[in-house]
Design a binder for this molecule. Structure first.
Ligand code: BDR
Ligand code: CA
Length: 310
């Protein structure tokens, strides 16, 4: 089996951290590098968190490159109310030992893409600022992108506003550029992530599965409190891990090839992903929108892989 080369752009973030662990524990993927963006917390914190997670599982060999410290046009708004002051509140992770590489994330992505032996899958798990900048600065790198599997958006309701999901709302202009890029984009949105919850029983199994499982259970404890308070959920979505899981096992999600437009004008509906589910516009599809999820199989995969660290 040849592993799928991936570059993960993220803003850890509880679910980003779990997504990174899932990717590292999966032989189907080869993680070429991790890039960070401001989103759930400031760039400084999301970068430190990415390195802390990699070092916790002794994968400091995976390069981390720091990218954009704010959205293209909008003010930075961090999700401390969801992820805490550190961006990764809950477990006691040691501070990072290493520093990120000296290249900016956008240059790093371009060099890894153009140097890759085969096309690479981009997995953006935060605001799409770095990816939009990559498209603008290195249009030739696009030829080396196999596809983009992003966590963000929603056909239905939002989570940061009634209309919009956080990653797209945070930098709607960047999201619009990615959706209009002509790349093969898969949108893993709230429609599926909110239907594939990690439950407290699952967290208890992880807690008993060694130090990495225990750390993930502690992430869950903090993250779950927010979802219980806000939505009355009995568990917690692990949004970003579902996007990684789709690369490992595409059959976990059912997608529809549709046109997705991003609302950049209105403040009321800023960042809404307007998905033409019923093909009302006649506009050619530009993305695969996830509409159904095999939640049981996803949680099984997640538990199996996270427990494998021992
Ligand atoms: C997305 O926003 C962030 O808070 C999470 O990390 C995830 O990427 C969910 O809306
Ligand atoms: Ca994220």
């Amino acid at each position: 089996m040849t592993a799928i080369p991936v570059l993960i752009d993220c803003d850890p973030g509880h679910d980003d951290a779990i997504a990174l662990l899932l990717a590292l524990a999966s032989p189907e993927l080869e993680v070429l590098g991790v890039t960070t963006v401001a989103g759930n917390q400031t760039l400084e914190k999301t970068t430190a968190n990415a390195i802390r997670v990699l070092e916790f599982v002794e994968r400091g060999d995976v390069p981390v490159a720091a990218g954009a410290d704010r959205p293209l046009l909008r003010d930075l708004f961090v999700a401390a109310h969801v992820h805490g002051e550190t961006g990764l509140d809950g477990p006691k992770l040691p501070p990072p030992r290493a520093a990120p590489v000296s290249e900016h994330a956008v240059d790093f992505l371009a060099s890894r893409l153009m140097g890759a032996a085969s096309p690479v899958t981009l997995v953006p798990l935060g605001p799409l600022t770095n990816i939009a900048l990559l498209l603008a600065r290195y249009p030739d790198a696009v030829a080396s992108v196999e596809r983009v599997v992003l966590m963000g958006g929603s056909i239905g309701v939002g989570n940061v506003t009634p209309a919009a999901e956080f990653n797209i709302w945070a930098d709607p202009e960047a999201a619009a550029r990615v959706l209009d890029s002509g790349l093969d984009v898969t949108m893993v949105g709230l429609d599926v992530t909110h239907r594939a919850l990690l439950m407290s029983d699952d967290a208890e199994r992880l807690r008993a599965a060694g130090r990495v499982g225990r750390m993930v259970a502690e992430l869950y404890d903090f993250f779950h409190r927010y979802h219980e308070r806000t939505y009355g959920f009995g568990g917690s979505p692990i949004h970003d891990a579902l996007a990684v899981a789709q690369v490992i096992r595409p059959e976990l999600l059912h997608t529809e090839h549709r046109h997705i437009a991003i609302e950049c004008g209105s403040e009321l509906t800023r960042g809404r992903t307007v998905v033409d589910l019923w093909k009302r516009t006649g506009i050619e599809p530009n993305a695969h929108a996830a509409v159904e999820v095999d939640a049981e199989a996803f949680i099984r995969l997640l538990l199996e892989r996270l427990s494998s660290f021992g």
